[in-house]
Design a protein around this ligand. Sequence first.
Ligand code: NCD
Length: 336
Amino acid sequence: MDFVGSHILSVSQFDRHAIEEVFAVADQMEPYARRQRVTRVLEGAILGSMFFEPSTRTRVSFGSAFNLLGGEVRETTEVKASSLAKGESFYDTARVLSGYSDVIVMRHQQEGSVAEFADASRVPVLNGGDGSNEHPSQALLDLYTIRKELLSKNKTIDNLTIALIGDLRYGRAVHSLCKLLSLYNNVSFTLVSPPELTLPGDYVEDMRSRGHTVTLSSDMSGIGGADILYVTRTQEERFPDPSEAEKYKGLFRLNQTIYTEYCEPNTVIMHPLPRDSRANASELDIDLNDNPNLAIFRQTDNGVLIRMALFALILNVANQVDTHSRAVNWYTAKRF
Ligand code: NCD
């Protein structure tokens, strides 16, 4: 895969070699993300950050990643604050904003919207999430986290057993992750969800056709034997009738008691976040916060590394990062 100047719209663009390339550059970014060194390799470059749906980590970590490489960020948030609210097309918005930026990251509720925008853009566009379709940078950071967590247990992504729990129908993070995991060998997927919210059939067929085992379960006992538990939030904003989402919240909760009952003691717990901490949901209980296998904040830290790597590859500076660097000159207590 040639990264230079390319859009990142779907994980379908990646093969295992391209994934390894991203991960190698992400590893190289650690001293910068950990505030041990500073690099100015993207000094003068501008990221157009356009998040038309709620976002904390994806928006801020893309922005931080760009800042950590020395570039600047211009943000547009909310449709109602942009000319899309005046009826402007994606085509016109893309033509205009790509004139102001070197690279753009965009999130929008409509499936396919980021690809449509990218078609008209004069600069590379990264998909920060398009409706319930895809979330490529999340899947890459999840896979990177899985690889790191497994490494310390002498396991690999080949032969992995993973349980995906919750709203697998509307969760774009899960959609992209399943596609990436399918590139590996002999993965066992257990899909734990209400029947109405299971993974769309085309994903399941594709995973099976690549030789993976896919088991459907509608209760938490399905998580037994997994190396990784990947918990997700009920995507209430995607339901045609949001009140419909209420009946699914809280059905599959992971807490310390369930974990102890069904899991091996070193089973890794992941979640793309945000977790819904309201009492009727709580799909990932706070009583797991001190469990050392809870990897959710390692995932968010890894997100910065992966996004730095994507920018470095797309803007063709991966080999120049270190030459434009120096040690930090301020007090830093960052612990990772
Ligand atoms: C996810 C998303 O937006 O799809 N969040 C994220 O980017 N980390 C998952 C979610 O919102 O549930």
